[in-house]
Design a protein around this ligand. Structure first.
Ligand SMILES: C[S@@+](CC[C@H](N)C(=O)[O-])C[C@H]1O[C@@H](n2cnc3c(N)ncnc32)[C@H](O)[C@@H]1O
Length: 495
């Protein structure tokens, strides 16, 4: 039985299932015995996992049914979900009768204290990857979540919501979230997930790009679209119906028209280009003159041969696998793609003279959320763009709470230890490391929002026996760099 269409799903009361999952402690920790990564990578030892879940407890039944995708008895399922829970799971098509027991149509996985709903990994139990396959929370999902700014806002759009994870996160800091997708099965998964996470402020709509929100404005748009550049196929979560990087270009070009003043677009994307040094040109041209400040990020650059090898392997269980290696390479040639850059674009709509910056960054999604740092960078850039030369010295900034300093020490010839280098970085998924001189480190200890940078630097110069004028002159570019990387918070730092 297929999943109930998302329009009906949105009016279903799925709370008995949520209660059952919470009561059984079906959460990240509880499922640790079954390594989720192994489940998704198809490297699970299913026999061992079945042994581990043989106690008949509600949680074991949930793991078997919703994580491992195996059949459970009706009696066990009733014990796990209760009569009401079982009824709603059956009515919505999440579970169905199979060989005298019950099986799940989709997987429900606890991730970071949220319930997510996705298709079972094709690598688990050798399932096919159908063209409407709903992907789960993968590295790209997490990277986008980490790069999303999260001020309290009214309206958020999650374009290409898929399993709905971005919409669910946004629903915690927005009055209303609209999640759109071209895949109705994805919208059904997102609707179930919204219910399981008790997020009633998510409005799901079917359609391509901005069609479902034609005349609406948002404070935040997030998008993890099918951004990989791969040959056309019907695998909608990965390939879209657009050539090359046209889909992400459309999102980047059209998003500013749907942003309120001060609103952000946070999206992942990839684009093709010729020489390595040209990497920012294409996305820059998409956002030029759009009335937005823009931060264009490069995470990774691949050759067509690398793309072909990497993506063919990743989607080997899908219809994309029917495209032969030569056809993949010919596709990149047809596009004129000598290189492909994978990265992100963050825009903020702002009246006045806009800035664009392009950085090579390496986000690490296993580290904490970086959205706060990103907001600081946008605020600082806007302030710096209006400052007269040297005026930064009058600022009374505070340090970003995400600052981390790492020092390397070495034994000195005459005994003791000397600091030989220091690196400042953010404790977040965007680290943006910066080598720091001793004067900068001393300065950072003095930033309390009360003293100006000038006074703090004079203080440092005096304590180190240096000429204050020279220190002021030499440190100014470094201070700008600290602000540009979000280590200093300039908002409210000027009288
Ligand atoms: C990579 S998945 C991302 C899912 C989820 N937002 C996440 O972050 O994990 C991309 C989603 O975009 C949807 N999509 C594909 N083409 C689209 C289009 N033209 N307009 C809107 N969504 C589209 C796919 O169906 C899929 O659900």
């Amino acid at each position: 039985m297929p999943l109930v269409p998302f329009q009906h799903m949105q009016s279903c009361d799925i709370s008995p299932v949520r209660e059952a999952l919470l009561n059984a402690r079906y959460n990240d920790e509880a499922c640790a015995g079954i390594e989720r990564g192994a489940v998704l990578a198809g490297q699970i030892d299913l026999d061992a996992a079945m042994d581990e879940t043989s106690d008949g407890s509600p949680r074991s039944t949930m793991v078997r049914l919703l994580m491992l995708g195996t059949r459970v008895s009706r009696a066990d399922a009733e014990r796990a979900f209760g009569e009401a829970g079982l009824r709603v799971l059956t009515e919505t098509g999440v579970i169905f009768e199979r060989d005298g027991g019950l099986a799940a149509e989709v997987s429900v996985l606890p991730i970071d204290d949220h319930f997510t709903v996705r298709d079972f990994s094709p690598l688990l139990g050798d399932r096919p990857m159908t063209d409407d396959h709903v992907l789960g929370v993968g590295p790209s999902t997490r990277i986008l979540a980490d790069l999303t700014v999260r001020p309290p806002v009214n309206d958020v759009l999650d374009l290409g919501t898929g399993q709905g994870y971005q919409a669910i996160l946004a629903a915690a800091h927005a009055a209303r979230v609209v999640g759109t997708d071209v895949n109705p099965r994805a919208l059904s998964c997102a609707a179930i997930a919204a219910g399981l996470n008790a997020r009633a402020n998510i409005d799901l709509r079917e359609g391509s790009l901005f069609e479902p929100v034609a005349r609406e404005q948002f404070d935040l748009i997030v998008s993890n679209p099918p951004f990989l550049i791969v040959p056309p196929s019907d695998l909608v979560a990965v390939t879209s119906r657009f050539e090359g990087d046209q889909l992400v270009e459309r999102i980047a070009r059209e998003a500013p028209g749907h942003l309120r003043d001060g609103g952000y677009l946070c999206m992942l994307c990839s684009w093709h280009h010729h020489a390595a040094a040209d990497w920012p040109q294409r996305p820059q041209s998409w956002v030029e003159g759009a009335g937005c400040d823009a931060w264009i990020m490069k995470f990774e650059m691949l050759t067509p041969a690398e793309c072909t090898m990497k993506f063919r392997r990743e989607f080997q269980k899908s219809s994309l696998n029917r495209v032969q290696r030569e056809e993949w390479l010919a596709y990149y040639k047809k596009l004129g793609a000598d290189l492909v850059t994978i990265g992100g674009i963050i825009l903020r709509k702002r009246a006045g003279r806009n800035w664009t910056r392009c950085d090579e960054l390496t986000p690490d999604y296993r580290r904490p959320w970086a959205g706060g740092v990103i907001e600081t960078v946008f605020e600082n850039e806007a302030i710096l763009s209006t400052l007269a030369p040297g005026a930064l010295l009058d600022a009374r900034p505070t340090l970003s709470p995400t600052v981390e300093v790492e020092q390397r020490w070495q034994a000195a010839a005459d005994g003791g230890l000397n600091v030989i280098s220091a690196t400042i970085r953010h404790l977040t998924s965007l680290q943006m490391p910066l080598a720091a001189h001793a004067t900068v480190l001393r300065l950072m200890t003095l930033l309390d929002g009360q003293s100006t940078l000038r006074a703090a630097l004079q203080n440092v110069a005096a304590s180190m026996g240096l000429d204050p004028q020279q220190v002021l002159h030499e440190c100014l570019p470094g201070l700008e760099r600290l602000a540009r990387l979000g280590y200093l918070k300039l908002r409210g730092a000027f009288p």
